[in-house]
Design a protein around this ligand. Structure first.
Ligand code: AKG
Ligand code: FE2
Length: 795
């Protein structure tokens, strides 16, 4: 390695620095870094893809060790050889090629995200022609992006921009070769036609091969099937990806041409004829006919050529690459059809519970069934019916696939189904896949979390005397409860969540809490054990999983606030108090004395479901009650806190509830509030997860996390304090990030002057400041103004 190579910044560093520069309004740096990032990514991808193609060729050529007859071993021998070749080859790739690049960054490059930023930076530097090309480049892959379409219109109206010079910066060579070729054709310059179109054809096919090789990446199956199903799954995943390549590549600057490949042969047959190379003309005819055997024009051409005295029948031999392409295409289509039709079977709910009916199913099917059975028997869910669960699927499944499953009949395995037909934009396709993968991952994590537990519902609507409420047991073991109690003991802040008011509900109790953000900070600072945060997060996730299932929700529940809370009776509290530890209320509206409950601020109107997980019972009083009135005169039911017990309910006025006074001792619980609206997702939860991940992996806070936090802090502070000076304009933010865009517009619409979740912006400021100090990255995109601290952070 040379010193120069060492100093070279990696693709993701360049990208991050480019984005940072953009946020800091250093436009020239933004351009420099992002342009470099884009070409670095291109090199990285090329290197990885080249290795795959080269190793394929190498493996194809090497002789087998054993006799030809044992051909199933030969396949694996080839794979082994290819793997060895790949290992060696990738060694020379910078940072291990594509696999060394974080997945999310890779995705941003594939989505052409860098061009979104580049466009803005070019614009700021008045490089309008380039800006227009960046927009156009982005649009070729993302044709329906409204904002960018508007932008292109904007540029097209500028006198400085020549629309004829606007180019797709990501276009392959064949695009201009092909265009030159067709221009030469118009000028009857047939020699040039041949040169251009032959070259274009070569690049086009190479492009498709590279696209296919890119498909041979990693695949998260979500779990661990047997050897053969595992191979079959991964293969199917690749095959589907490869099948999309033809559609991906056949455009000329965003203009789709379904016969782009074939049209090369059309040009060639005529051009070769014109220059007098009849054999080649006939080969091109035959090649074209491989794809369109009944094409009238071409059949007429064939007849015409056949009548020429110099032409012989065997001239009509298709070209090698055309035969290979067409045959492979046909084979792959048949194989996929087979997969799509054969991996469909009757899967009524009976099959799930009876074990001996699975005999004639494939091993793939049986394995899935057994996992479902195991999970069902462990969870002992009550009362949602088994068939409504959503479990991870093989290969890539999709929305409708899942619905099919839950509606009991057919279930495609390995198939990805009709949703991904060619009419779907590749962009949607990717997003859908990403979503499916994420859901699959969650379902597996969910199973892992609950596998060893015996969670069961013990009270439902009847027992609790009201709608959408339940009590379940088994969420936490005694040691887990103690651990979380300990966390509260060491980390709780008095009056947390209530502006420091030590006794917000009743004068006779002390109220303390620990938010997730705070727990994460303390872990980050090394002040509390990592395990505590892990447990905090895990227990809250279990609550979420269970509520989603219990209430049979069709869409995901998002955390919107998470709070570990303890209420302690003060020593001087009188005996037989009649006050409440927490007055009767609803979680998402303001309960008034007249019984109305308007769903307006300051209520946390976006909360949709609530759950309280109890951690102890060694105190007096402190019962949770469902009631019908503010004064708690009419109590419907009562839940006695106990370690591992959870009360869950919908957050509206149908579930008025409160806490009776804690007469003696300390009562701790984990409060979980959820929303169906992703805009109100709890920022601290996201951050805590990232901190945990990083601390567990032995790293420090990454720039990525800082960046994320910075965004949130900015949004939170710009919304709660619009006058705060900032170097980012809202306009730019809107463009550069979906999250920011959506949360800003949401808040503008609703006129709320709060952060997007009920996490206070000061906690975020604090986290940001500390992370900044710890990572000594002192330059932020906005001028950080400390907010007056209303709490003591470090005990
Ligand atoms: O701690 C409890 O049992 C309930 C608390 C509650 O309802 C709330 O904080 O909104
Ligand atoms: Fe509540």
């Amino acid at each position: 390695e040379t010193a120069g190579a060492e100093k070279e910044k990696s693709c993701d560093v360049l990208y991050r620095e480019g984005v940072e520069a953009y946020l800091d309004e250093r436009w020239q740096d933004c351009i420099g870094n992002l342009e470099q990032a884009v070409s670095a990514y291109r090199l990285l991808k090329q290197a990885t893809v080249n290795c795959r193609l080269r190793c394929q060729a190498e493996a194809d050529e090497s002789p087998f060790m054993g006799p030809k007859e044992i051909d199933d071993l030969q396949f694996f021998e080839k794979m082994v050889r290819k793997t060895l070749c790949l290992l060696k080859c990738n060694k020379y790739n910078p940072k291990g090629g594509l696999n060394g690049l974080p997945k999310n960054v890779q995705k941003e490059f594939e989505d052409l995200k860098p061009y979104e930023y580049l466009q803005l930076c070019y614009f700021q530097k008045n490089m309008l022609q380039k800006a227009a090309s960046a927009v156009f480049t982005f649009l070729v892959t993302n044709p329906d992006n409204e904002v960018m379409r508007e932008n292109l219109k904007f540029y097209s109206n500028l006198p400085e921009v020549d629309m004829y010079q606007v180019v797709n910066l990501e276009a392959r060579n064949f695009v201009s070769l092909y265009i030159h070729g067709s221009e030469a054709y118009q000028h009857k310059d047939y020699k040039s036609v041949i040169n251009y179109i032959e070259e274009s054809l070569e690049d086009y096919l190479r492009g498709e091969e590279e696209c296919r090789a890119y498909c041979e990446g990693p695949f998260d199956q979500g779990w661990f099937p047997d050897f053969i199903p595992s191979i079959a799954n991964h293969f199917t995943y690749c095959l589907k990806c490869k099948q999309r390549c033809a559609d991906k590549i056949n455009s000329l600057n965003g203009e789709k041409h379904n016969d782009l490949l074939e049209s090369h042969y059309h040009f060639l047959q005529y051009a070769y004829y014109k220059v007098g190379n009849l054999r080649k003309a006939c080969e091109a005819v035959a090649s074209y006919l491989m794809f369109y055997p009944a094409d009238e024009t071409m059949l007429n051409n064939k007849e015409y050529y056949l009548k020429l005295p110099k032409v012989e029948k065997d001239f009509f031999t298709p070209r090698k690459e055309a035969i290979r392409y067409a045959q492979r295409q046909e084979y792959e289509t048949r194989l996929l059809d087979f997969i799509n039709t054969e991996f469909v079977f009757q899967d009524g709910s009976k099959n799930i519970t009876s074990s001996n009916e699975t005999e004639n199913k494939s091993s793939v099917t049986r394995m899935k069934d057994s996992i479902i059975r195991a999970a069902v028997s462990k969870l002992k869910l009550f009362p949602p019916p088994v068939t409504k669960f959503e479990w991870p699927k093989y290969g890539i499944s999709s929305e409708s696939n899942r619905q099919e499953y839950s509606t009991e009949h057919k279930q495609n395995i390995i198939t990805e189904n009709t949703k991904h037909s060619s009419s779907v934009r590749p962009e949607d396709d990717r997003r859908a896949q990403e979503e499916v993968r994420r859901q699959k991952k969650r379902a597996v994590e969910q199973m892992q979390r609950t596998a060893a537990r015996n969670i069961r519902a013990v009270m439902g609507e009847t027992e609790l005397q009201g709608k959408h409420r339940f009590v379940a047991e088994g969420f936490a073991s005694d040691s887990e409860c103690s651990k979380l109690m300990e966390l509260a003991q060491v980390a709780a802040v008095q009056g947390d969540g209530y502006k420091g008011n030590k006794s917000p509900h009743t004068d006779f109790e002390k109220f303390e809490g620990v938010t997730l953000g705070r727990a994460a900070l303390l872990v980050y600072l090394g002040l509390i054990e990592v395990d505590m945060l892990d447990l905090y997060l895990n227990l809250s996730e279990m609550g979420r999983d269970y509520l989603e299932r219990y209430f049979n929700l069709k869409t995901e529940l998002y955390f919107t606030y998470t709070h570990l809370v303890c209420r302690t009776a003060l020593n001087d509290s009188p005996g037989n108090r009649t006050d409440m530890s927490h007055a009767v209320h609803a979680d998402n509206c303001n309960l008034l004395e007249n019984g109305d409950c308007p769903k307006i601020p300051p209520a946390y109107t976006w909360r949709d479901f609530s759950a309280i997980l109890y951690l102890n019972e060694d105190f007096e009083g402190g019962e949770f009650v469902f009631a019908t009135d503010l004064a708690a005169k009419n109590i419907q039911s009562l839940v006695k806190p106990r370690c591992g017990r959870l009360v869950g309910f919908s957050a509206g006025s149908e579930n008025l509830h409160g806490v009776r006074s804690v007469q003696r001792g300390r009562r701790c619980a984990l409060g979980l509030w959820f929303t169906l609206n992703p805009f109100h997702e709890e920022i601290e939860h996201i951050l805590a997860k990232q901190v945990l991940l990083q601390v567990q992996q032995g790293g420090s806070i990454t720039d990525q996390l800082l960046h994320e936090l910075k965004k949130h802090v900015f949004v939170a502070s710009s919304i709660s304090n619009p006058k705060q000076t900032s170097t980012i304009t809202r306009e730019q933010l809107k463009l550069h990030d979906k999250y920011v865009k959506e949360s800003l517009s949401l808040h503008q619409e609703s006129g709320e002057m709060l952060a997007s979740s009920d996490s206070s912006s000061s906690t975020l400021h604090l986290m940001y400041a500390i992370f900044l100090l710890c990572s000594s990255v002192m330059d932020g995109p906005f001028r950080y103004k400390p907010v007056p601290a209303n709490r003591v952070l470090i005990p």
